[in-house]
Design a protein around this ligand. Structure first.
Ligand code: NAP
Length: 691
């Protein structure tokens, strides 16, 4: 029997003894065994901290992002190997796509996220905080990668996605990972990790894997580590109460089971497109991955006068699902991950049946193609009806982790909201409605109890990613019963693996630390115009103080004529009594244009390729004719850019291959008064690299 490998401290090792047998979920044959017996978890964690962590934390976000991209491309090229193993878990091709390509997609998505970060190992968080009257004392929040290991304890249902959605984020943040997949499907995770390690793309120590029992690993975690858990609420509670986790205040992110719901809006009737959209969504959520999704719909709330119609229509829809061996192309629903899971689902359904009845499916039989119910972990989709949802808590508390959901009636929107909250916190909820008011009522009424809410109707159904899909750019997690955790969510997720520190000091010190120019910091004024410098030659704080220029009434008149902006404040004939202004005032955009006229190095070609836009622009006081203005123009931030400027092949030669970066500039428009700032902007230019 093949024994699964554990990848520990740079070596593939098999644990001592025979280990736990793992089975093909479709045929029931034993395929491998897994054990972690004999592994020194303390040493393994120390290896991650001492070897993987320093290697990753010294890389910049952009280097880590490019590493993720290379890894994603490498794994994608190997995907067929993963699909062939994934079938053994009972997953159909479509189920496996979610797991395998969904997981790889997470790597790609986080790779692109690098562009939201500086080309540094750390970053700022939020806005600078001014702390003094004269501008000499301030603060900024900084995020630095934690010095520990991210320990991920995962559930069995997504052996690939479950690992990659978490690791993509901790690697981008600069932390190594130790992954512990649920044992029963760990053979698929092991296959992916083998490819990751042999690719050599990650620095050594960035990833360790344990296939089998977690042993005493949590007794050795330390305050710089992060633990994430995905699984059942009961295991989660046990792990989060671990003495070491509590004593060292170790961040513990929990994603637990939840009783997700869908609401059919009162406006939706048979014949409307939303009626069919609702039926399709429920059927999909019940049968994809044979209902073994943490986000799957477990509770279906329907206006009481439509219960019968919905029950019949859903039963009909479910009856069209072909069930059996996932290798058969006709099959739309495979098996559960194992016999233990099937036994558990049946036990949970029995408990639900104390307050409900089966209206579609059977606990004992199911029609299969190419499969044997006595060997594989197959189960029929089960649609239950509970007519008294306020009187009984079972449908709101018991998760049967399979193709099982319960229909329940509601009288009005208040009731639908109250019922949705009876799950005491879920990962996601959907409402199907074509009515804006109903959508708004539901979202605002129930938002406190769900991590994500989908408003589904004909406008978005074709492009909707669906009720059950967590997306890398949106947070995934939910309050209360759902674990109270949060992961992914783009930049938000990365922050879970970084330590936030408030740094106080002068603008010059804060500029040096953050590598972002802070207003009032000392600038470097040299004789070379910053536009004459290549990307590599520019330094944060390079500054130009321009000549002065007088603003005339004629300038304002001419700008009004040219732009067509004849707002009364720009017209010298206006009676200014009772207005905010004393006399004719210059257009803000005139001031910005004049500023550009002052700071642009005009007549020669230079490394600045183009003006990329404006991030922020504020006009802080009115400018009247005869004001003498000038600009302080400072290099604020540099961001590498490897995006193609031109995507048409015929234009390739014109600039696609130009190496470049984005430079942000702080533009302060000033006059000669004591309170000199008239306007402030951050503008962006694309600047050529010397190469
Ligand atoms: P589980 O039994 O709670 O196990 C989850 C993980 O915890 C497994 O890796 C398991 O390892 C490990 N574990 C169990 N006892 C442990 C202990 N004493 N010390 C350390 N680790 C321990 O859950 P599951 O059956 O794998 O997954 C199904 C559940 O996960 C469902 O309830 C589902 O709703 C939930 N889920 C939630 C999400 C989410 O994002 N919220 C996602 C997927 C699944 P072994 O396999 O070795 O026992």
């Amino acid at each position: 029997m093949t024994k699964l490998g554990n990848y520990i401290a740079g070596n593939w090792i098999t644990g001592d003894g025979d280990g736990q047998l793992l089975y093909n979920a479709v045929t029931g044959e034993a395929i491998a065994s897994a054990t972690t017996k004999g592994i020194d978890f303390n040493k393994a964690l120390e290896y991650g901290r001492k070897r993987g962590n320093p290697a990753l934390r010294k890389m910049t976000f952009h280097e880590r992002g490019r590493m993720l991209k290379a890894l994603a491309a490498h794994l994608l090229a190997q995907k067929e190997k993963f699909y062939s193993i994934s079938y053994l878990t009972g997953a159909t091709k479509a189920d496996s796509w979610v797991d395998i390509e969904g997981g790889i997609g997470n790597l790609f998505s986080n790779a692109s996220l690098r562009r939201k970060f500086p080309d540094l190992p750390y970053c700022t968080d939020g806005e600078p905080v001014p702390l003094s009257k004269n501008g000499n004392f301030m603060a900024h929040h900084l995020l630095v990668p934690k010095e520990g290991v991210a320990v991920h304890i995962n559930a069995f249902n997504f052996p690939v996605w479950g690992m990659l959605e978490k690791c993509a984020v901790n690697w981008l943040a600069g932390m190594p990972a130790m992954v512990k997949p649920a044992t029963i499907t760990s053979y698929l995770t092991e296959a992916v990790v083998k490819e990751i390690i042999s690719s050599g793309i990650l620095p050594e120590g960035a990833l360790q894997l344990i296939c089998g029992n977690a042993g005493d690993i949590l007794d050795h975690v330390q305050s710089q580590d992060v633990v994430t858990f995905t699984g059942s609420a009961s295991t989660g509670l046990l792990l989060k109460s671990n003495k070491q986790i509590l004593a060292e205040n170790i961040p513990f992110n929990m994603e637990a089971d939840s009783l997700n719901c869908i609401v059919l809006g009162e406006d939706v009737k048979p014949g409307m497109p939303e009626w069919d959209i609702f039926l399709k969504e429920v059927r999909k959520e019940m049968t994809v991955k044979a209902g073994q999704k943490c986000t799957a719909i477990r509770r279906i709330f329907v206006p009481e006068n439509k219960i019968e119609d919905v029950s019949i229509a859903l039963g009909k829809a479910l009856s069209q699902t072909v069930i059996g061996n996932p290798l058969n192309e006709k099959v739309r629903m495979g098996s559960l991950a194992g016999q233990t899971q099937r036994t558990e689902v049946k036990e949970r359904v029995q408990k639900l049946l104390a307050v409900s009845q089966i209206i579609y499916g059977s606990l004992d039989s199911v029609e299969l193609i190419d499969a044997d119910i006595n060997k594989g972990a197959f189960i029929s989709p089960l649609l239950l009806l509970s007519e008294t949802p306020f009187a009984n808590n079972e449908p709101h508390e018991i998760e049967a982790f399979g193709p099982v959901a319960t229909i329940m009636p509601y009288k009005n929107m208040d009731e639908a909201i109250e019922l949705s909250k009876k799950g005491k916190g879920s990962l996601c909820s959907s409402i199907v409605t074509a009515n804006k008011t109903i959508a708004m009522q539901y979202v605002l009424g129930s938002a406190t109890h769900h991590g994500r809410i989908l408003i589904l109707n004909n406008d978005c159904a074709k492009e909707s990613t669906g009720h059950g899909s967590p997306l890398p750019m949106l947070i995934h997690g939910g309050p209360g019963r759902a674990g109270g955790g949060e992961e992914m969510g783009g930049i938000r997720g990365v922050k879970h693996y970084m330590q936030r520190v408030a740094v106080q000091g002068s603008p010059t010190s804060i500029t040096a630390v953050t590598q972002v120019y802070q207003q009032y910091a000392k600038g470097n004024t040299d004789i070379v115009h910053p536009f004459k410098k290549y990307y590599e030659e520019l330094n944060i704080g390079d500054q130009l103080v321009t000549d002065k220029r007088i603003i005339t009434s004629k300038d304002i008149d001419e700008f009004a004529a040219l732009s067509g902006d004849h707002f009364y404040a720009h017209d010298k004939k206006t009676d200014f009594t009772g207005t905010m202004f004393e006399q004719q005032v210059a257009h803000g955009y005139l001031m910005m244009s004049i500023a550009a006229g002052l700071f642009v190095d005009s007549y020669e070609k230079n490394p600045v390729l183009l003006n990329y836009g404006i991030d922020e622009l504020r006009f802080t006081k009115p400018v009247y004719p005869d004001a003498k203005v000038y600009v302080r123009f400072t290099c604020k931030e540099k961001i590498p850019n490897d995006k193609k400027i031109i995507d048409k092949p015929e234009d390739f030669k014109k600039g696609d291959d130009i190496e470049k970066g984005i430079v942000k500039w702080l533009v302060e428009i000033l006059d000669e008064s004591d309170d000199p700032v008239i306007g402030i902007a951050t503008i962006l230019t694309m600047v050529k690299k010397k190469g």
